[in-house]
Design a protein around this ligand. Structure first.
Ligand code: IVH
Length: 694
């Protein structure tokens, strides 16, 4: 990357634009979807680069500079609450020198002869919340959102044990208290285990788990999640409550809040580094994730005089810790085989504690990544965990490389079934060609098959599939439907019992009848995701018809092959995957065995080639629609199903072939693209009028 000082003014401008849109995209994933796209350290590096370029090229600063923005606009799933005092962010420092600069700036601004006193608090890695109390009673709780407007999460917050419903003792008639909602590391690991068992979303780190748990539409879900709160700041208040931040923390405790017990008064700026070192040293033994220490000038009148610049106060800063690192030995590079045969290298490590989480594995992504870092078995490696549980390998300690360590050689055969493993030109992933003859793919496909969008069998998740497969109860898809016949045997297994075995049987029986599109998706054929499964199901109408046509389509040049390739939305690559699937006799046997045990019904959301009569004369028949932004009246899956039942095709990206783009709240780049291409956009109301009329 070009260093900022080497950029020309034009390049600087272009780079700032690129950074602004990238940071906005990252913020959206992080704040709105609770699903970060990169580590915090990488994100901070982008923001720092932005700040550095802005400093060198002040003329190029954008109106929508990320420096003036925190978070992202609230999701429209929640009512909005405007913050009376904006909820801002903190600037960061990373070392003694930068902290000294921060202090010097504040002293210059105030013309102070000596260092002010500070309060230091651990910087909790959670999400900030604003709590409003009127006459001592909790009336409102809001997330930060974009700092100006947050989401109303009052009902959810009421379920938190650490949030007093009423303030103890005297308090101003109106007061807003701020703090951080978080989840402990232990609670996070436990939650993920439960989520995995139920086949539900796994969270990347405790912070995302906390955010995801708080931003639930159903408050009883929040109530079931162990969320905690540390209070640490004030918003609007009808009367002053303290003269120093330290006294304010005492008041918070009196009112019934939990204040972080490690908070401390720091007499002057020279004492700050020692405190930071002390907290950093104890970081991994804390039950919750922290990513630094926040220093706040204690005297509230000085805070008021200092005020804010951009998105951060001049009276506080976050001294951030580097990502947590550890050194260990990489014992083995193992190759995992996924459902579609993708070979993924995984590092098996000598167990090591990284930031309070015991780590034994790290992903190596792909063989190019291994080559780039030249990671070899036996190497001593530096690991880094940036909030997340699965760490990355940062680098190899070359001095410690054992004699004879050999570079990693990509496998030419699948480690599980021995079939050829090939890496098609231009792709980074190597794949096993064994299909259903490969045990690893069988297990992964079974897990996929019972998952929510497929057969959706309650109580049959990854763990049980692995167990049943290991013990020979399930070796192929059809065996799932033979499990009810073995209910007694299952009931006698460790960890089961008659009730859970009965429930499992019932859950399986309930799924013996399945719409054709779900069945197609459940097969786990590469590139046949939910959308393609639906397209195919609608086109062929029934399992029998599809099967007949696919068998015929194996013949190159056949009408059936041509017909398959010309289905809108199904390109030649997808057609080839299907033909390949049917070229393998074992796949056909497996398919027939499974189908023989089921009732495969018409595709959900409307009949095949022949659409329902309502669909034929609907204005949406044959049209291609893209939904973007958040819809208020129905969920995205519902909207999609509705459109499809009216004969429309729903796709994810906007192109010249798109007929309508339905723009919900906060529609982003897709709406823009529609405008550029001159494609008709519909508001949610217009869409509803169409959907209901049709
Ligand atoms: S004070 C005006 N104190 O860090 C600044 N923030 O990067 C008010 N955070 O949005 C924030 N622990 O979510 C403050 N002890 C602490 C904190 C803390 C964590 C978070 C908070 C804030 C973010 C800023």
């Amino acid at each position: 990357m070009t260093p900022p000082e080497a950029l020309s003014p034009e390049e600087a401008r272009a780079e700032l634009e690129r950074l602004a849109s990238r940071i906005a995209e990252l913020d959206e994933a992080y704040y709105r979807d609770d699903a970060p796209l990169m580590t915090d350290a990488e994100y901070d590096a982008l923001r720092q680069r932005n700040a550095e370029i802005e400093r060198l090229f002040p003329d190029a600063i954008l109106k929508n500079s990320p420096a003036n923005r925190v978070g992202t606009a609230p999701s429209s799933a929640f009512a909005k609450i405007r913050h009376r005092v904006p909820m801002l962010s903190l600037d960061n420092v990373f070392d003694t020198e930068e902290f000294a600069e921060f202090c010097a700036r504040a002293r210059r601004f105030l013309n102070l002869p000596a260092s002010p006193r500070f309060v230091a608090e651990p910087k909790i890695d959670g999400l900030s919340i604003s709590l409003t109390y009127e006459n001592g009673i909790l009336t409102r709780a809001a997330t930060r959102g974009d700092g100006m407007e947050g989401e109303d999460v009052t009902a959810n917050v009421r379920t938190l044990r650490d949030v007093p419903q009423t303030l103890h003792g005297e308090a101003p008639a109106f007061i807003e208290i701020r703090g951080e909602v978080f989840m402990s590391k232990a609670a996070f690991l436990e939650l993920n285990e439960t989520q995995a068992r139920l086949g539900q979303k796994i969270f990347a780190n405790p912070r995302n788990a906390a955010a995801g748990s708080l931003r639930q539409l159903d408050a009883s879900v929040t109530a079931s999640r162990p969320l905690a709160l540390f209070a640490y700041a004030q918003g609007e208040s009808s009367a002053p409550v303290a003269e120093t931040h330290w006294d304010y923390l005492t008041r918070l405790k009196d009112w019934g809040f939990v204040v972080n017990p490690l908070s401390q008064l720091i007499e002057d700026e020279n004492a700050a580094a020692a405190f930071t070192t002390q907290i950093a040293a104890g970081r991994s033994t804390l039950p919750y994730d922290i990513d630094g220490v926040v220093f706040k000038i204690d005297d509230l009148s000085l805070q008021r005089r200092l005020g804010f610049v951009g998105r951060a106060p001049r009276w506080a800063t976050a001294w951030k810790f580097p990502a947590e690192q550890a050194t260990t030995v990489l014992e083995k590079i193992d190759i995992q085989v996924g459902r579609t045969g993708a070979l993924t290298p995984v590092a098996h490590l000598q167990a090591v504690n990284v930031g309070g989480v015991l780590v034994t594995r790290a992903t190596l992504h792909n063989e190019d990544e291994i080559a780039r870092k030249d990671v070899r078995e036996g190497d001593t490696v530096i690991l880094q965990r940036a909030g997340d549980v699965i760490p990355q390998i940062v680098s190899v300690v070359l001095e410690k490389r054992p004699d004879g360590a050999r570079p990693f050689a990509p496998l030419e055969h699948c480690p599980v079934c021995g079939s050829l493993a090939i890496r098609p030109p231009g792709e980074v992933v190597r794949r096993c060609t064994g299909g259903l003859t490969c045990e690893a793919q069988v297990v992964e496909r079974l897990i996929h098959m019972v998952s929510r969008p497929a057969f959706d069998i309650d109580g049959l998740g990854e763990k049980s599939i692995l167990e049943f497969h290991r013990d020979g109860l399930v070796s192929g898809p059809a065996d799932i439907f033979r499990l009810p016949a073995r209910e007694d045997e299952i009931a006698r297994r460790d960890g089961w019992g008659s009730l859970s075995a009965r429930n499992l049987s019932q859950a399986i029986e309930a799924r013996r009848s399945i719409p054709f599109d779900r069945f197609l998706y459940a097969l786990g054929i590469r590139r046949i995701g939910e959308t393609n499964a639906r397209l195919l199901a609608r086109h062929y109408g029934s399992f029998t018809e599809w099967r007949t046509q696919m068998l015929a389509a194996r013949q190159i040049g056949s009408d059936e092959r041509l017909a398959l390739g010309s289905i809108t939305g199904i390109g030649p690559t997808i057609a080839e995957e299907l033909v390949d699937f049917f070229a393998e006799p074992r796949n056909i046997d497996t398919l027939d065995e499974l189908a023989g045990m089921l009732t495969i019904t018409a595709p959900s959301g409307g009949l095949s080639g022949g659409l329902s009569s309502g669909a034929l004369d609907s204005p949406l028949n044959g049209k291609t629609i893209v939904f973007t932004g958040t819809l208020q009246a129905m969920t995205r899956p519902e909207a999609k199903a509705r459109a499809e039942s009216m004969g429309a095709k729903v796709t994810d990206s906007v192109s010249k072939k798109t007929d309508f783009v339905v723009t919900g709240a906060d529609a982003g780049s897709k709406a823009k693209k529609a405008a550029e291409l001159g494609i008709r956009t519909l508001s949610e109301e217009e869409w509803l009028a169409l959907a209901e009329g049709g």
